[in-house]
Design a protein around this ligand. Structure first.
Ligand SMILES: Cc1cc2nc3c(=O)[nH]c(=O)nc-3n(C[C@H](O)[C@H](O)[C@H](O)COP(=O)(O)OP(=O)(O)OC[C@H]3O[C@@H](n4cnc5c(N)ncnc54)[C@H](O)[C@@H]3O)c2cc1C
Length: 429
């Protein structure tokens, strides 16, 4: 009897546990999932909470209920991993030995790493929608907001779902227009990148949308300090100050803090890199340091976006490789960096992008000629984004195969020759 321990029961950990349980006999392998809390939040739903378009109750389900029978769920914090002894030490003082370890503990927000961010303005004039508490508090603040400058700021990359801050800007434009006060609100998007987004085709499309909607774009801004509340002497709300001494004043700031890997990774010799992410082979998802350790989702260092769709496509490859590893077979380098994202643009429309390590987002349709339109706003994509939540609970998390959707990026339906669109993977994170 082998034991597979999966650290983290979020998107990647849950779907991997369910996929493995389907293909491994219960007499052959025990599967244990460790997570510190009992609620599973559908994180893409956090984008809609500040605008009152959903609430936490509608996007939260009991974590243990997302696992197939035959999976053991341990609710505990992870203290550290001893990769020499193949043991995970939990914060309740117990330890779990493993034959195979799967790291799926995602990314951690590090707001305290930016000077002043969690100071006196935090949750009064400075918010984030990347946590349940932040999204709920921001909903109340937006309700009260009747005029002034709203600034959306990404402190640094990588972040989870790199398009979510742009979606927030588009939805804010829509929200203030619906309330009839758009002419009294200035919207500004402040990013460390040299454009709205990393990928040229997307950058063009998304920069155009920012301009069309009257949203100011401030680029190459590396936020060093957030001055707000009592510390903000020169602006009623506060100011973002960059390392090169530029200032962006705001009345309300929506900040996406710096991200790092889970805290226990730093306490686990040989497991992670200096940011707490797990170095893995980008094709097989096997750890570069320990052969019986695998990782997926936001926890890895692969040059793909930190997105649920990536965890989904990786899960398929990773489960196959864990099975091969246990059977002593050669691993398959089956993950090609496949990512897709719906980008909500307001007014009941959304864009869809689909790409991988080597191929830029292309126009056309997904997953085939008769599918959803790519790189183009449409009502169909908006409906796809809304329907995705049901797909998440009933298909993605249970680890079901979906006909026509594969972990490899499809080329059918794309309208430009792929060899004209090849790029290096480094820009895609
Ligand atoms: C606002 C927002 C919008 C998003 N929108 C989209 C979208 O539209 N499309 C998309 O594809 N993706 C989107 N994402 C990203 C997506 O939610 C994540 O990429 C995905 O959830 C990653 O899965 P994961 O399993 O790697 O991590 P997670 O799902 O975050 O799971 C990590 C788990 O590890 C547990 N954990 C961490 N540390 C410890 C510890 N020390 N001890 C015990 N347990 C621990 C946590 O409790 C958590 O349950 C969005 C994210 C946000 C925040």
């Amino acid at each position: 009897m082998k034991r597979i321990v999966i650290l983290g029961g979020g998107t990647g950990g849950t779907l991997t546990a369910n996929r493995l349980r389907r293909c491994l006999d219960e007499q052959a392998a025990e599967i244990v999932v460790v997570d510190r809390d009992a609620d599973h939040v559908y994180q893409p739903g956090l984008l809609f909470v500040p605008f009152g378009l959903t609430d936490m109750k509608r996007i939260t389900r009991p974590r243990p209920r997302q696992f197939r029978s035959g999976i053991c769920f341990r609710q505990a914090g992870i203290d550290w991993v001893d990769t020499e002894a193949d043991r995970v030490h939990l914060d309740d003082g117990t330890a779990l030995g493993y034959d195979v370890l799967v790291v799926a503990t995602g990314a951690r927000l590090l707001p305290e790493e930016t000077e002043g961010l969690t100071g006196p303005g935090w949750l009064t004039s400075v918010f984030t929608f990347y946590t349940p508490e932040g999204a709920v508090a921001l909903h109340r603040a937006l309700d009260r907001f009747t005029a002034g400058r709203l600034v959306v700021n990404v402190v640094d990359m990588p972040i989870k779902c790199p398009v979510a801050p742009l979606e927030f800007c588009f939805l804010a434009d829509y929200y203030f227009r619906q309330r009839g006060i758009r002419d009294r609100v200035e919207l500004t998007y402040v990013t460390p990148l040299d454009g709205a987004f990393t990928k040229p085709a997307c950058n063009r499309e998304l920069s155009g949308l920012l301009t069309d909607k009257g949203i100011e774009l401030v680029t190459e801004f590396n936020t060093g300090t957030v001055e707000a509340g009592a510390a903000a002497s020169r602006a009623p709300g506060g100011r973002l100050i960059s390392y090169d001494d530029r200032a962006v004043p705001f009345d309300l700031a929506v900040v996406i803090p710096l991200h790092g890997g889970a805290g226990y990774v730093e306490r686990s010799p040989g497991l992670g890199d200096e940011l707490g992410f797990i170095p893995v082979d980008p094709g097989t998802l096997q750890s570069k340091t320990r052969p019986n350790v695998f990782a997926l989702g936001d926890a890895t260092d692969v040059p793909a976006s930190k997105a649920g769709s990536v965890a989904h496509f990786e899960g398929d490859v990773l489960a196959g490789n864990v099975r091969r590893f246990l059977a002593g077979q050669q691993l398959l380098a089956g993950f090609d960096g496949h990512t897709n994202c719906f980008i909500e643009t307001g007014f009941g429309k959304a864009l869809l992008i689909d790409f991988n390590y080597d191929t830029e987002p292309l126009a056309g349709h997904y997953p085939a000629r008769l599918g959803l339109p790519l790189l183009r706003q449409s009502r169909l994509n908006h409906l796809g984004k809304l329907a995705f939540q049901q797909f998440y609970w009933h298909s993605l998390l249970p680890g079901r195969d979906v006909p026509g959707i594969s972990s490899r990026m499809p080329t059918r339906g794309k309208t430009r020759p792929l060899d004209q669109a090849a790029t290096t993977p480094s820009g895609s994170r």
